[in-house]
Design a protein around this ligand. Structure first.
Ligand code: ZN
Length: 550
């Protein structure tokens, strides 16, 4: 029998918010990839004096492993020529490291190396069309180190819309359960409920939450309610993950608040909230409505959100929200691609750049920070840039600096176009500075809890041994950009700031039970409308077992 892999870590100041530990120096013991209470005398020791340690970062919303990402990579050869990334020098005996390319959509291997190099050990891709799930699994297989999973796009798909049309929420729930199991997905994602299907089929995008799709009973509100109830009655670890109607449009805070009010009292997650918090509209221009929305979120404990912060610099917008991508393409004049995914959803991609001198970019940046700085509960408003939509995940350290250091924020504010910032609470001066404990919540403990990952986001006994050690530095951005050590599943992957090992990550997925009566109906639906045979649709041969639910 193989002897257990053990390690004792001494000297690090521990930030473990879930267990109420804020900077105490204490030993951490690891055995076979998990945190344990004690290891025997003589166990190898890692001396981490002078560092602070947090659980590995957990990214609740990113775009890293999907057919859409690959389309975006194909659209952006200029990024590949601009930033070749040589293979890292791994330790002897490791599988060969791979070179790749950088930019806003790094190649798969580079994505894994860079996330781990930043201290992130778990990443979710937030938008996968069911039909392309197999591709996502293959990309994750090629993305080393990080544990990963994805959210499955529903809410613009023919079969679900038919169940709503015919008043059959139980069938809709069984279908959602089947889709999650068949695709190896983790949660239900809804993007611009109904609007993508409307736009694809020649109707205009839906802009009101009670606007019918065609002549049907299907409305954005009905889609939101159906999918929220499906996720909750299936007891999924993560509630429905909602990208509201009217993303990026002035005046859209009204739609966002209506969507939240519809679901108040039920568990639901609103993603990249920043893109949904604008006032003005109808000839009135743009303004921030962050305060109104965050006050509503603060007061409703079952609702949660991630921010989708905009960071200045290059980005690539990549979204199932094809009508919005079309608008962005038309307004920016940048190249684009659109992909309709058969019976399921859409996808648009437009390269973009958020510029300090552009008034709307500056407003978007301010709105995101207002959400962070007015949030009453870091467990329910967590960090994201909607990589690579609001900016690359590589900008997280700069964002953390802007949250922790009001001077850094003020410096940035001085450089931006302030034309639309009249009445912005950020411009009026928000003095809050996030503590290290709050950063540990919004970057790991909070996302892990919202995702229902009981073994992640904390350092208690039984947790996955995913840990990130930062050397204390005055420059917060530098400190968070280059962890001194990173441990993933008990394996020391980063040593003295250098990536040294690249084990494969695990897949996080669910397979909820359902009434099998749905299968016969689905087979009929596939036979009549799909190009893929029903038997060929489910993804097979996944290595990791589904997570237990309940
Ligand atoms: Zn997204």
């Amino acid at each position: 029998m193989k002897s257990p892999e053990r390690l004792r870590i001494v000297g690090a100041a521990v930030y473990d918010p879930l267990n109420g530990i804020q900077g105490d120096v204490r030993d951490i013991c690891i055995e076979d990839g998990r945190i344990v209470a004690q290891v025997p005398l003589g166990t190898p020791t890692l001396n981490a004096r002078g560092t602070i340690v947090m659980p590995g970062g957990v990214d609740i919303h990113s775009h890293v492993a999907s057919s859409a990402c690959n389309h975006a990579r194909r659209l952006l050869p200029e990024e590949h020529t601009a930033e070749p990334v040589p293979a890292p020098e791994l330790r002897d005996g490791e599988a060969p490291a791979r070179s790749g390319t950088g930019g806003t959509l790094p190649s798969t291997f580079t994505t894994g190396y860079r996330y781990a190099g930043l201290g992130y050990t778990t990443v979710f891709d937030a938008a996968v069309a069911p039909l392309t799930a197999r591709h996502s699994h293959e990309e994750f297989d090629d993305t080393p180190i990080v544990d990963g999973g994805f959210f499955v796009l529903l809410g613009n798909d023919e079969y679900l819309l038919r169940q709503i049309e015919t008043g059959n929420p139980d069938r809709a729930r069984d279908y959602a359960a089947w889709i999650l199991g068949a695709t190896g997905g983790y949660a239900i994602k809804v993007v611009n409920p109904g609007g993508i299907q409307a736009w694809k089929s020649g109707q205009r995008n839906l802009t009101e939450i009670d606007q019918p799709l065609g002549s049907s009973r299907v409305t954005p509100r009905a889609i939101l309610e159906t999918l929220t109830d499906a996720a909750n009655s299936l007891r999924l670890p993560h509630p429905v993950h909602i990208h509201c109607n009217n993303l990026g449009v002035p005046g859209n805070a009204r739609t966002t608040l209506q969507s939240m009010e519809t679901l108040a009292g039920r568990r639901a997650h609103f993603t990249h909230l920043q893109f949904h918090c604008y006032g003005g509209g109808a000839g009135d221009g743009w303004s921030s409505a962050a305060q109104r929305v965050i006050e509503y979120l603060n007061a409703n404990p079952l609702l949660s959100a991630d921010v989708g912060q905009v960071m200045f610099g290059p980005a690539t917008t990549i979204s199932a929200d094809a009508p919005i991508e079309y608008l962005l393409h038309a307004n920016s004049g940048r190249k684009w691609t659109n992909i309709d995914v058969e019976l399921e959803t859409g996808c648009g991609i437009v390269p973009y750049s958020f510029q300090e001198r552009a008034a709307v970019s500056a407003l978007q940046w301010a709105v995101g920070l207002e959400l962070f700085l007015l949030s009453a509960d870091p467990w329910r408003l967590v960090l994201s840039t909607d990589h690579p939509n609001g900016g690359s995940f590589l900008s997280y350290p700069t964002l953390i600096q802007q949250l922790m250091d009001r001077d850094a924020r003020a410096e940035q504010l001085k450089r931006v176009n302030a034309k639309l910032l009249a009445g912005s609470v950020l411009a009026d001066g928000l003095s809050r500075e996030y503590t290290l404990n709050e950063i540990a919540i919004v970057t790991r403990a909070g996302p892990a809890r919202l995702l229902g990952l009981r073994h992640k986001g904390h350092l208690g006994v039984g947790a996955d041994a995913d840990l990130t050690f930062y050397s204390r530095e005055r420059n917060i951005a530098r400190m968070f950009a280059r962890p001194r050590y990173v441990i993933k599943g008990g394996v020391l992957v980063v040593e003295e700031g250098q990536l040294r090992r690249a084990p494969a990550g695990r897949r996080l997925r669910v397979s909820p039970g359902h009434d099998t009566a749905v299968l016969r109906d689905l087979r009929r639906h596939f036979n009549a409308h799909a190009t893929v045979a029903f038997e060929n649709f489910p993804v097979r041969g996944l290595r990791d077992a589904p997570m237990e639910i309940g």
